[in-house]
Write a protein that binds this ligand. Structure first.
Ligand SMILES: C[S@@+](CC[C@H](N)C(=O)[O-])C[C@H]1O[C@@H](n2cnc3c(N)ncnc32)[C@H](O)[C@@H]1O
Length: 298
């Protein structure tokens, strides 16, 4: 096999495996967790995600990074062990999105005669989150007078390319949180699996993207970033929240995970909308003559 640069050369000589071995030994000694209990491919993929997030190009560089920033070991562990997602994860949150957030967004756009809705699912994993959102939006838009006049775009991003591959395929064996009516309307049965129908796939665009990099997204109506911020330390969380703040239009919504919260909302410009469900709203009146409304004020 021909190599094409230092990475190939290292891989061919086993250098990569030796680096991984040293990295795992360090984690075992420092954190006390034997990561060798995981399947090698799974382990490498998850470590690869953290390496891309921290800008490290090989295991030895990543090992040095962990030595300098001991919290990184914890983030890697979180990433390895909490890689779960599901359709409509936390049903109360999705009920609040369905009953409070989406109707506000649709009304705002209808009154402003701007029939386009833009959302971002940041850290979308295997796609259940953006597809759940698409299903809710489609339900609302199909009830509008002229559904075909609306355009819906959900950008779904993650660092994990394998997860994104699964997301794009939209084929799921586990759909336990989905009611039968949703399965019938929005999924096709293929053997043991359920495949997301084209109507649900069409508005969702998947992209490999690091959340900490400034994304080319602006004037968004809604951002979901659930169970991702927990991987980052406080300072990084703040800069990510600043990115969200910049990407949202005034009056746009941000939804975090149930165990995540914005502390010191005054500075972030994101005010609580549904506190328990971790829904926030960017401050500023969307346009003149429109009242902002809000669950907390009702
Ligand atoms: C626990 S899953 C959450 C999935 C979904 N948001 C949910 O709540 O069900 C966390 C996801 O965040 C992704 N992630 C971690 N760090 C990231 C980063 N820097 N940029 C983009 N995605 C990241 C992981 O790859 C993983 O797919």
């Amino acid at each position: 096999m021909n190599g094409h640069g230092p990475d190939d050369a290292r891989r061919n000589t086993g250098y990569d495996e030796a680096g991984l071995d040293l990295l795992l030994r360090l984690l075992h000694e420092e954190i006390g967790l034997n990561l060798r209990q995981y399947k090698p491919n799974y382990l490498k993929r998850r470590i690869g995600v953290r390496m891309r997030a921290t800008g490290c190009s090989d295991y030895l560089q990543y090992r040095s990074y962990i030595k300098q920033d001991p919290q990184e070991g914890g983030r890697l562990i979180n990433d390895l062990t909490i890689n779960v997602t599901e359709f409509f994860r936390d049903q109360d949150v999705y009920e609040a999105i369905r009953k409070q957030v989406i109707p506000q967004l649709v009304q705002y756009k209808r009154e402003g005669r701007m029939h386009s809705l833009r959302a971002w699912s940041a850290g979308c994993a295997t796609g259940e989150e953006p597809y759940s959102l698409a299903i809710l939006f489609l339900g609302a838009l199909n009830a509008e007078k002229d559904p075909r006049s609306w355009s819906l775009r959900i950008t779904a991003t993650d660092l994990d390319d394998k997860a994104l591959e699964k997301a794009k395929a939209g084929r799921y064996e586990t759909v336990k949180t989905l009611p039968r009516i949703v399965l019938e309307d929005y999924f096709a049965r293929e053997g043991d699996a359920y495949v997301v129908k084209d109507e649900v796939k069409r508005p969702v665009r998947f992209m490999l993207m690091d959340i900490v990099k400034n994304p080319p997204l602006r004037h968004l109506d809604l951002i979901l970033c659930r169970n991702v911020l927990i991987y980052f330390e406080r300072e990084k969380q703040h800069s990510i929240l600043e990115i969200f703040q910049r990407c949202l239009r005034p009056g746009g919504f941000l939804v975090l995970g149930k165990s995540e919260a914005i502390i010191g909302t005054g500075e972030s410009g994101l005010a609580p909308y549904c506190r328990r469900e971790r829904i926030y709203r960017k401050e500023g009146v969307p346009f003149r003559g429109m009242s902002r409304g809000g669950a907390e004020k009702q």
